[in-house]
Design a protein around this ligand. Structure first.
Ligand SMILES: Cc1cc2nc3c(=O)[nH]c(=O)nc-3n(C[C@H](O)[C@H](O)[C@H](O)COP(=O)(O)OP(=O)(O)OC[C@H]3O[C@@H](n4cnc5c(N)ncnc54)[C@H](O)[C@@H]3O)c2cc1C
Length: 314
């Protein structure tokens, strides 16, 4: 069968593309190298804008996996004097990515997209007026067009002849999402600040920040900076993380820092790739594959959904 559209990668960008395309009446094949329930290292903050895009594509059902609402930020600059700025604005819905992405994959299927998990694509070629996609097991799939939604991993876009990412636009994050008594901690935060915030602690590493995001029964604690800075750090990654935890404990943000050990790290592509589509290659890049992440905040889920929902047209 020749599908109208093949989508490679079932993160928020790929699943949103598949949902929008299937809704528009296209036959869609969604290929994912992992399985439903795969995790992705991420703060999991869904902005109001991302929520609107989800509604626009008809995927509001995903709100079932929204775990918490945070009404604003607390920005902290430690020093001789500690500057704390609590801003009740720009709320975030917090999700665990394994559940959020899994739900979006299921919604894509419910709209008629054919979903193939555990299918790692390793080659995409144009043959005449179709695209031939090969996976690691030697299977081949055919479609009129392909949307590449493989995230921050550069391999597939570069193998297709898209330009490499510019190093300057890349961020690097590390941390964990660990089981934690979040409800008790939030009670304390609410009595201190009057709302449930996301915490950002600055001044520990150059250009970056340390964050604390509450989920349901899990706390996401991480830090990030530019990849260029991070490459110089070596042991400073862990020392910086330890400093962040120490500051969080001292300020009464985390009563218990023991659960938090760095066990995940990932790249943030904070600048669009020089070219994000090719008529000749019959291909479009969306989400992190295209580099659609806000460089300052590292927020990329809304850009992923937005790029996914606008790409497919019958
Ligand atoms: C530490 C960290 C914190 C973040 N916090 C936030 C936040 O709070 N809010 C926010 O909005 N954004 C956040 N982001 C950014 C956000 O995670 C990304 O922008 C978003 O996940 C991009 O979605 P995507 O679908 O493009 O890529 P991904 O979510 O990376 O999905 C890509 C998918 O493609 C699959 N894949 C890859 N290669 C292949 C292949 N060859 N064949 C088949 N499948 C393949 C992968 O398995 C994966 O499922 C954060 C990022 C990081 C690193």
């Amino acid at each position: 069968m020749i599908y109208d559209l093949a989508v490679v990668g079932a993160g928020p960008a790929g699943s949103s593309t598949a949902i929008a395309a299937a809704k528009a009446g296209l036959s869609v094949l969604l290929l994912e190298k992992k399985n439903v329930g795969r995790d992705k290292y991420c703060g999991g903050g869904i902005t109001v804008l991302a929520r609107k895009y989800l509604k626009d594509i008809g995927a509001s059902e995903v709100e079932e996996v929204f775990e918490r609402f945070s009404e604003g930020h607390v920005l902290i600059l430690p020093g001789e004097k500690i500057l704390i700025d609590a801003i009740k604005i720009h709320g975030y819905y917090l999700v665990r990515r394994s559940r959020f992405d899994g739900k979006l994959m299921k919604i894509a299927q419910s709209f008629g997209a054919q979903f193939k998990p555990e299918t790692e694509v390793n080659r995409i070629n144009v043959e005449g007026d179709k695209v031939v996609i090969s996976d690691r097991k030697g299977e081949k799939y055919e479609a009129k067009y392909v949307v590449v939604a493989t995230g921050a991993d550069d391999r597939i876009p570069v193998s297709m002849g898209f330009p490499k990412r510019e190093k300057e636009g890349l961020g690097h994050c590390w941390g964990t999402e660990a089981p934690y008594d979040v409800d008790t901690q939030i009670k304390k935060w609410r009595s201190e600040y009057g709302f449930t915030p996301l915490f950002f602690i600055f001044g520990i590493l150059t250009y970056g920040y340390f964050w604390i995001f509450p989920k349901a029964g899990h706390m996401n604690v991480g830090m990030g900076t530019t990849l260029e800075e991070s490459a110089k750090y070596g042991e400073l990654h862990l020392k910086g993380y330890a400093k962040g935890l120490e500051a969080a404990k001292k300020l009464g943000i985390l009563d218990n820092t023991k659960p938090f050990k760095v066990n995940m790290s990932w790249i943030i592509p904070g600048r669009p790739r020089e070219k994000t589509y090719s008529i000749k290659k019959r291909a479009l890049l969306v989400g992190d594959a295209a580099g659609f992440v806000y460089p300052l905040t590292g927020e990329g889920i809304s850009g992923s959904i937005c790029s996914g929902m606008w790409q497919p047209r019958p």
